[in-house]
Each structure stands twice: as C-alpha cells, then as structure tokens.
Ligand binder design. Structure first.
Ligand SMILES: [Zn+2]
Length: 368
C-alpha cells in the first residue's frame, strides 16, 4: 500500500510524487480527495452560549424574572451535546447566577461543560435593578471604576456558586469598553470573547464599540487597543466567528478604519454593488448548508501554521419558544436542533473535530 503524506502546498503526495488537481484551484480537487484533505485538518470548535433570563420576541425582559429557557437545556441542548461529545461554554449572566433553581440545572453537567461569566450591567451591583424591563445597557457606557466594580461582583458571585473563579467572559451586547481587557486580567480571567468582527455599534451617550479589524483567530490583544496584537500573555482574545470573504482580502490596517458607514471605501463598495454580507456562524441566521460553508471557508483560509478555531455563539433562550426573537414555536426549536445536529455531524465527518471550552483555548494558544 502506498504511503500518502502531505507535500508542499498541502497537496497529497504519494511517495514524493505530487498529485496535482486537474485545475490550479484547490476547490477543483476531486470530492473524495477534498474530503481526505479536510479529514486530516484539525479544528477547535467552541460553542459559547450567552446564558440569560427569559425575554420576549423583542428582547424585552420578562418580569418577574423567569428562567424556563435554562430548565429547557435539559431536554434540548444537553442531550444533543452528549450525542456528539460537545463541550459547551455557558457564559452566565448575573440574574441567572442569582437564581437557585436555574443554577441547579447546571449542577448535573458541571463536569461536562465549561462555565464562564457574561455581564448584563442591569443585574449586578453597584446600582443593580432586578426589575429592569430591558437589558440595553453596556459596560462601555460606565466609568472605569463602576465597570470594574460590576465585573468584580459578577466574578465573586460566580465563585460563590461554583467554588472557583471563572476564566472566560463575554460582554453583554458585545459592549466591552476600552478598559475591559485590563479589568479581566486583574480579576484572573484568561479568555475574552467580547468582540464581533465587522460590527460598529453606537450606544447611549455616543459610546461607540468598533470591532472592525479585530483578528479572526485567537490573539493576545494590546490592553490599550484590542485590535492590536501584543506581547502580554494574560488575556487571550477569541472573537466570535464572523467572516467577510470579500473584505478580508483587504489589508487588516485598512479594514480596521472602515467601521464608519460613510467611510469612502464602503461607499465605493456599495456603489459597485459588491457583496459584503456578513457570514456569522449562528444557527438561527443560516441554514445547515451555510453554516458548513462558513466553516469550510474558515478552514481553508486560516494560516497553515494555526489550528483553526470556530467560535459559534448563541443565547440559551434561543431554544425556548417565545423567549428570544428567534424560535417562536416548538417546530422552530425542532428545526434549530436539527440544524445543530447536522452541523456537528458534518464537522465530525469532514474534520478532526476537537470540542473545547472557551477558557480551555488559552492553554492551547498561550505558547504560540
Ligand atoms: Zn447577553
């Protein structure tokens, strides 16, 4: 039997003889070769779930606070994760950490999944308002002192529930401030996942969070500019997976300045009608085929010396009808689960799938 190894350019090689595809593009490889080629590729899959109270279809908070969506994890996601050997990361918001019944749900799976924290500023002291009907505030709107106090209280609350400190974090509404990474380092966190590539959001008081130009794969950010790499090794940044194949051909330094809707280059792109739709790895936004295509694109476009990471995010409430803008009926939930089921099967079939926790990624990337 001939020994098959990978030669230069990652094309399969049989005893030194390069097998060339019939056309120059790797996409024209025979499907069986392509599958073989991909099968050898390792991927680190992170499922990071913002874990929150029940909302309405317009994101209004259900008052009094309720947590049916947490209870439903037992019948929706827990069995699916078990079936595929998936380790999820539940990033838990303060109102959930404060609820005994909700926390009991996670007791049964404490060893199977990772738990981290998620900040919705309304629900943690100082100045918590547990009766709030909306959770629209973001930490970027707070003074650095108040933001730190809320993060510290959230971290202590988490520790009182789990008996250890959280190491992974995501800001509510992707609303991290310029101080968040430094604060997280001071509190002992290892991984942040608060940035959504190609997003620029203006919050209250003209507070802007502009994540255009963040790296797509894990990196150690500069404490004073999260878009830049740095030599610090305290906090790993791991943005959610959202790709933009057309724009990603541009130099990163240019993309980083394109956050404004009226940036001249974006005006030109709109005028030329160039497709720049975002491709966000989220089950409720795309069908199964599209999730697979986004993942394949990431796999094919990550530098060869890195193990690609797919960081899929969604909310715990997306799997309970009527508690988020997404699934309205039981049939919608069934479809959602079917999509995830198909997605995990696809990754398992086509890649060497490693399901890891968000915080776990730190150890894997710290020496790189
Ligand atoms: Zn949230």
């Amino acid at each position: 039997m001939q020994k098959i190894v990978f030669g230069p350019h990652s094309l399969p090689e049989i005893e030194g003889q390069l097998i060339r595809p019939p056309h120059p593009s790797p996409l024209t490889l025979h499907p069986s070769l392509l599958t073989f080629h991909r099968k050898l590729k390792k991927v680190n899959l992170i499922i990071s779930i913002d874990t929150e109270c029940d909302r309405y279809h317009n994101w209004e908070v259900r008052q009094p606070l309720s947590f049916q969506n947490i209870e439903d994890q037992k019948t929706t996601l827990f069995p699916l994760f078990k079936k595929h050997g998936i380790k999820a990361t539940y990033l838990i918001s303060p109102e959930v950490l404060k609820d005994d019944a909700a926390m009991q749900v996670f007791d049964e799976v404490k060893k199977e999944h990772e738990f981290g924290s998620h900040l919705h500023v309304e629900f943690i002291e100082p100045e918590a308002n547990m009766d709030s009907r909306w959770a629209k505030g973001v930490q970027a709107e707070l003074t650095p002192e108040v933001e730190f106090a809320k993060l510290e209280n959230l971290t202590n609350l988490f520790e009182s529930r789990f008996g250890y400190k959280p190491i992974s974090f995501r800001a509510g509404r992707f609303g991290a401030s310029a101080h968040t990474i430094k604060h997280l380092a001071a509190l002992g966190y290892k991984v942040d996942s608060s940035f959504r590539p190609y997003s620029r959001v203006q919050f209250k008081n003209n507070t802007v969070v502009d994540a255009w130009g963040v790296y797509h794969q894990p990196y150690f950010p500069d404490f004073s500019d999260f878009k830049k790499k740095s030599t610090q090794r305290e906090i790993l940044e791991l943005p959610v997976t959202l790709v933009q194949p057309t724009l990603q051909k541009l130099p990163k330094s240019i993309i980083a300045g394109m956050g404004m809707y009226n940036h001249p280059l974006r005006r030109v792109i709109r005028k030329l009608n160039i497709d720049t739709d975002e491709q966000w790895l989220r089950p409720q936004r795309h069908g199964l085929d599209h999730l697979c295509k986004i993942s394949d694109w990431v796999m094919d476009n990550t530098p060869k010396n890195q193990v690609p990471v797919l960081n899929m995010m969604f909310h715990s409430s997306e799997l309970t009808p009527g508690t988020s803008p997404y699934c309205a009926t039981a049939a919608d939930v069934a479809n959602y689960l079917e999509t995830l089921d198909g997605y995990f099967s696809y990754l398992n079939k086509n890649y060497q799938l490693c399901s890891i926790g968000l915080g776990e990624a730190y150890e894997k990337y710290v020496s790189k």
